[in-house]
Design a protein around this ligand. Structure first.
Ligand code: SF4
Ligand code: SF4
Length: 191
């Protein structure tokens, strides 16, 4: 009898405990800050274009060969609104083959790719796991907001910063040249 009551009490206690599982996919648990989901491409707001220059280093280094990319001349470089001569034209990652190793992120010198928080892969089509440039940039934009992402090498890779640095260097050089010319004029006058 006592054992039966104790058993009932145990059952009742568990009945009112907070659940430790989630009813996925209706309920999503927040991912941890260090979570490494699928790779995604990042967006440089200062030039309104991707950070990716299509240099192909990640494509060559990917151990599962699941990436492909094509670069093109960047029209924004010609009009002076970006420091990137080349820009990505097409990019694709077959997420079915991606092993989430993070090598593509490690080898990228342009702050262009990160392991995002994206982790859901279910689709109805065979090609559903092929993420194109648009999808990769969408994932990257979400990641940039969610992780409050800042580039590691902003001086070199953020167009606004790189252009401002270049303009400042050109101005300083012009000033130096002006001072030098005045100095040499003065020297000629003294002679
Ligand atoms: S995380 Fe690894 S496997 Fe996936 S795309 Fe990057 S380099 Fe390739
Ligand atoms: S993500 Fe980085 S390494 Fe890969 S092609 Fe773009 S710039 Fe190059």
């Amino acid at each position: 009898m006592i054992a039966g009551v104790l058993g009932m009490l145990t059952t009742l206690r568990w009945l009112f405990k907070r659940p430790v599982t989630a009813h996925y996919p209706d309920q999503h648990l927040p991912v941890q800050e260090r979570y490494m989901g699928f790779p995604a491409l990042l967006w440089d707001e200062s030039a309104e274009e991707p950070f990716c220059t299509g240099c192909m280093v990640c494509v060559r280094e990917c151990p599962t060969q699941c990436m492909s990319a094509e670069m093109m001349d960047n029209p924004k470089f010609t009009d002076g609104s970006s420091h990137r001569r080349k820009i990505i034209e097409t990019f694709e990652i077959n997420l079915n083959r991606c092993i989430l190793c993070g090598i593509c992120v490690d080898v990228c010198a342009f702050d262009a790719i990160e392991m995002s928080y994206e982790h859901e892969l279910a689709s109805y089509g065979r090609a559903g796991a092929r993420a194109d440039l648009g999808l990769l940039l969408d994932g990257g934009r979400r990641y940039q907001v969610e992780a409050s992402w800042v580039p590691e090498n902003a001086d070199k890779n953020v167009a606004g910063v790189a252009l401002a640095k270049k303009a400042a260097a050109a101005k300083a050089k012009a000033q130096d040249a002006g001072t030098g010319a005045e100095g040499s004029d003065g020297a000629e006058g003294d002679a």
